[in-house]
Each structure stands twice: as structure tokens, then as C-alpha cells.
Write a protein that binds this ligand. Structure first.
Ligand code: HEC
Length: 111
């Protein structure tokens, strides 16, 4: 009886761990769609933020950054640049989303 109970408990614990791991992976995957939203809201005052040319060209455009910078370089630049920017801060999650978005423009650039 004890053995059966221990067996059931270990299955339940394993399932819980799997569930936690799956939830976590989902929560961490960066979303280019959310990044696009953040970019058009917070970045378009200074950057051209999309391949269609939306935004203002006072700073390197995101389509050009997508081809000249790696995702690591973009997120490193964001940590120093976008963190204390005019009245708002980006969470690390939002930085990942924006980085994923900028990097995704590379495919459109290649066409
Ligand atoms: C007030 C104007 C302004 C806003 C708003 C702004 N930027 Fe910038 N950004 C600049 C300027 C100017 C530069 C170039 C000089 C520098 O690197 O600091 C720059 C540089 C960058 C770079 C680095 C480019 C490189 O050379 O590697 C990235 C990445 C970047 N911006 C992303 C963003 C993102 C993402 C947002 C929105 C969350 C944003 N910027 C909002 C003005 C702005």
C-alpha cells in the first residue's frame, strides 16, 4: 500500500515538474508581435521601425539594424539605451520581444 502511494506521489510530482517546465518555456519565448507593438509605440519617434518605412529617421533604422547587428548586439545596445529612456523603462521581457522583432526584419530585408 505504501509503495503504491509513493509511486502515485512520484508520478504527481513528475507531472507537476513537467507542467512547470512547459509553462516556463512558453512564458520565456520572445514574441516578435509584441516587440512590433512596443517598437511602434516607443521607438518610432526616432527610429524607422518597420520595413514599410513607418517611423522617423533620426537614428539607425530597425530594418538596417536587423542586417548589421546580431540579436546579441541588439539586446546589449537595448540594455544601455532603452532602459532609462524618457519616462519609461522596458522590462527584460520587453527587450527580448523588441530584439526578436528587430531581428525578424532581416528576412524581409533579404527579399
Ligand atoms: C529619443 C529618440 C530615440 C528613441 C525614442 C529611441 N531611440 Fe534608439 N537610438 C536613438 C539614437 C539617436 C541612436 C544612435 C545613438 C546611440 O546608439 O545611442 C539609437 C540607437 C539605438 C540602437 C543601437 C544601434 C546600434 O548602433 O547598435 C538600438 C538597438 C535602438 N536604438 C533601439 C531602440 C528601441 C528598441 C527603442 C524603443 C524601445 C528606441 N531605440 C527608442 C534614439 C532613440
Amino acid at each position: 500500500m505504501r509503495l503504491v502511494l509513493a509511486y502515485l506521489v512520484s508520478i504527481a510530482m513528475g507531472a507537476t515538474l513537467l507542467w512547470l517546465a512547459a509553462g516556463k518555456a512558453e512564458a520565456v519565448a520572445p514574441s516578435p508581435e509584441t516587440g512590433a507593438d512596443i517598437a511602434s509605440r516607443w521607438c518610432a519617434d526616432c527610429h524607422v521601425v518597420s520595413s514599410s518605412g513607418a517611423g522617423i529617421e533620426r537614428a539607425p533604422s530597425f530594418p538596417s539594424l536587423s542586417t548589421t547587428r546580431s540579436p546579441d548586439q541588439i539586446s546589449a545596445a537595448l540594455k544601455v539605451h532603452a532602459q532609462p529612456m524618457r519616462g519609461f523603462t522596458l522590462s527584460s521581457r520587453e527587450m527580448q520581444d523588441v530584439t526578436a522583432y528587430i531581428s525578424s526584419l532581416k528576412e524581409e530585408q533579404a527579399q
